[in-house]
Design a protein around this ligand. Structure first.
Ligand SMILES: Cc1cc2nc3c(=O)[nH]c(=O)nc-3n(C[C@H](O)[C@H](O)[C@H](O)COP(=O)(O)OP(=O)(O)OC[C@H]3O[C@@H](n4cnc5c(N)ncnc54)[C@H](O)[C@@H]3O)c2cc1C
Ligand code: FES
Length: 244
């Protein structure tokens, strides 16, 4: 159920150029599934900012964000002890198969955070997991320590070294695995074309309310107009229309 929480900031750390990890204190595990997001009230801004859930522990909610504009710049200046009004969990998350299988998690840039929580949950449920993350350059790498600690099979692709994450998937011969993806639209489009199995993609859209009331985030799909904040942000590849 979606609720409004007042969550104190425990820590805020710059983990790569322009990228911050934010830990918020929760009373018990935050009640969200992988692929869902929260909407943060930034001081001085009317519209909330949607951020995916990177991870959840017994007593903290972990988010990762890129400073993209004014709102996230203000967020990056907030200090431990300050409280963030947090609406969530929002949207539909990824759906893992019931039977244990080999699953592929494909992330690009700041689209990688929700796949950390998803990979952990998939491992917990007994799936074999391979993670493929793509970044602009090695300096932009995120989550290497987390992936190592999970003991999951992972590989990185770098634009600066002439390979993107879809090419990496093809080079490793993993294009027949069911995939779970989040990243820029051109990456998702190329992945859906190249991957021969089922796929689920987490999309971004400019959001107003964040909970299904304003229709501002609607996109055209094979199932008609769908709200990214409500029916999404995760959609199966079959329903997506790649019009752009
Ligand atoms: C479901 C979802 C999950 C997301 N998860 C993450 C995440 O984990 N980490 C991360 O860094 N970013 C994430 N984003 C993008 C993030 O919401 C935007 O970068 C952020 O809202 C920009 O706010 P700003 O004030 O800094 O930028 P500005 O450009 O100044 O924002 C102006 C307005 O546009 C909206 N806006 C701008 N860019 C986006 C965008 N890409 N998506 C939606 N609204 C936008 C803002 O909410 C605000 O109302 C997510 C977006 C969505 C829709
Ligand atoms: S942002 Fe209002 S319906 Fe999605």
């Amino acid at each position: 159920m979606t609720s409004l929480f007042s969550l104190p900031i425990l820590s805020q750390q710059r983990i790569a150029p322009g990228i911050y990890s934010l830990e918020l204190s929760t009373e018990g595990p935050f009640p969200a599934r992988p692929g869902q997001f929260v909407d943060l009230k930034i001081p001085g801004k009317m519209l909330r900012r949607p951020i995916s859930i990177t991870d959840i522990t017994e007593d903290r909610l972990i988010l990762t964000y890129r400073v993209a504009g004014e709102g996230t710049a203000i967020l990056s200046g907030m200090k431990p002890g300050e409280v963030l009004e947090t609406l969530g969990p929002l949207g539909q998350g990824f759906v893992l198969p019931e039977e244990s299988s080999h699953l592929l998690m494909v992330g690009g840039g700041i689209g990688t955070p929700p796949l950390i929580y998803l990979a952990k949950e998939a491992l917990r449920q007994g799936h074999q997991v391979t993670v493929l993350f793509g970044f602009r350059s090695p300096a932009d790498t995120l989550f290497q320590e987390e992936l190592k600690a999970m003991g999951v099979d992972y590989h990185f692709a770098y634009d600066s070294e002439g390979e993107n994450v879809v090419q990496l998937m093809q080079r490793l011969g993993l294009d027949d695995l069911p995939f779970f993806a989040c990243g820029p639209m051109p990456m998702l489009k190329a992945l859906c074309k190249a991957g021969s199995s089922d796929g689920q993609c987490s999309l971004e859209a400019r959001m107003g309310c964040g909970f299904g009331a304003c229709m501002g985030c609607s996109i055209k799909t094979r199932n008609g107009m769908q709200r990214v904040c409500k029916e999404g942000p995760v959609f199966s590849k079959e329903v997506l229309l790649w019009e752009t």
